[in-house]
Design a protein around this ligand. Structure first.
Ligand code: UDP
Length: 333
């Protein structure tokens, strides 16, 4: 069995490649290395450097290799940036997926596992968020992912490509062996920013708002360990190979932690003081996002095991403290 992983040099994609290879799968990677890192590529994966919007390039990979399923991580994924550059997000995310699906139709590949997001829901009507809640994205990023899901739905009807869309909540942590981890330039995610502050790479960090309607006033998020998240992708592949119908699942941990709780836990894990200042709210941040992942547990048999935030922060810390410059560049910008 051969799997094509698009975006396999990125944070989440690289963890998928490692776990697929651990399971004995034969893996091909496409990545344009715009945000991904060559150093994050698994040495046993066959790598094709190129852009998914280049149909001739994508066709050539399907023509050369015998691929039976696709896992699609290749997308821009920052809410703030998507509000500044909406057309870039539609081009890379939506048009890129259109090209990919076109190439899959031509090559007769019938299974895709897709990386989606809690940002498809927007400000939720209730928590925990179930898949049946309305989708009303409040960012271009969320809108593009929802559009990509809809594109897969209609493509399935015409061409029979079955999909599983996985809506991620807050992914954090790193592979237990610390060979690979999270390295975004610039970094905007909470856990790496906390740990870069613990490493004194930042003088202090900013808490975005202390006046939310939550017990300590800071935003509550549902953090899921990247390795648990990838376990769900492997189960989704098995589900599709066993004839499962197209479906959408949330991936979270059903529990929420505030920004302050994350910082306090990181101080315990690292033994370092983490200086903070209180800043303004970040535009577009909902106060509380917590997933119901019951559907993934029941239908895919997902059983996340690294659910404590201490474990998530410990694994992230093992990566950051052993790779203080990430994949090698010294500047964090
Ligand atoms: N956050 C923060 N300071 C930072 C980065 C993030 O207070 O420097 C907060 C952010 O407002 C949100 C939570 O941490 O409530 C998680 O943010 P992140 O960007 O990691 O993920 P998001 O929830 O936006 O997907």
């Amino acid at each position: 069995m051969s799997i094509l992983v698009l975006g396999g040099a990125g944070y989440i994609g690289s963890h998928a490649v490692y776990q697929l290879i651990d399971q004995g799968e034969h893996v091909f990677v496409i990545d344009n290395l715009e945000t991904g890192h060559k150093e994050a590529l698994h040495p046993d994966a066959s790598f094709y450097e190129g852009d998914i919007r280049d149909i001739d390039f994508v066709r050539s990979v399907f023509a050369k290799e015998s691929i039976d399923a696709v896992i699609h991580f290749a997308a821009n994924s920052l809410v703030g940036e998507s509000m500044q550059k909406p057309l870039q997000y539609f081009d890379n995310n939506v048009y890129g997926t259109q090209v990919l699906l076109q190439a899959m139709v031509e090559a007769g590949v019938k299974h895709i596992v897709f990386s989606s997001t809690a940002a498809t829901y927007g400000e939720p009507e209730s928590v925990p968020i179930m898949e049946s809640l309305p989708t009303k994205p409040t960012s271009t990023y969320g809108e593009t992912k929802l559009t990509m899901e809809k594109m897969m739905k209609w493509t399935e009807q015409a061409h029979g490509i079955k999909y599983v869309s996985l809506r991620y909540f807050n992914v954090a942590g790193a592979r237990g062996t610390a060979e690979i981890g999270e390295d975004h330039r610039p970094e905007s995610h909470l856990v790496p920013i906390i740990l870069q502050t613990a490493l004194q790479q930042r003088k202090e960090m900013t808490i975005f708002g202390e006046d939310y309607d939550t017990p300590d006033g800071t935003c509550i998020r549902d953090y899921v360990h990247v390795e648990d998240l990838i376990d769900a992708h492997l189960l989704a592949l098995t589900y599709l190979r066993n004839g499962g119908t197209s479906n959408i699942f949330n991936l979270g941990s059903n529990q929420g932690f505030s920004v302050k709780e994350m910082i306090q836990t990181a101080e315990k894990v690292t033994g370092k003081e983490i200086p903070v200042q209180i800043g303004k709210r970040r535009p577009g941040d909902p106060s509380t996002l917590i997933a119901s992942s019951e559907k993934a547990k029941q239908i895919l048999g997902w059983n996340p095991t690294r659910t404590s935030i201490t474990k998530i922060i410990e694994d992230a810390w093992n990566w950051h403290s052993s790779h203080p410059t990430g994949y090698g560049r010294n500047d964090l910008s």
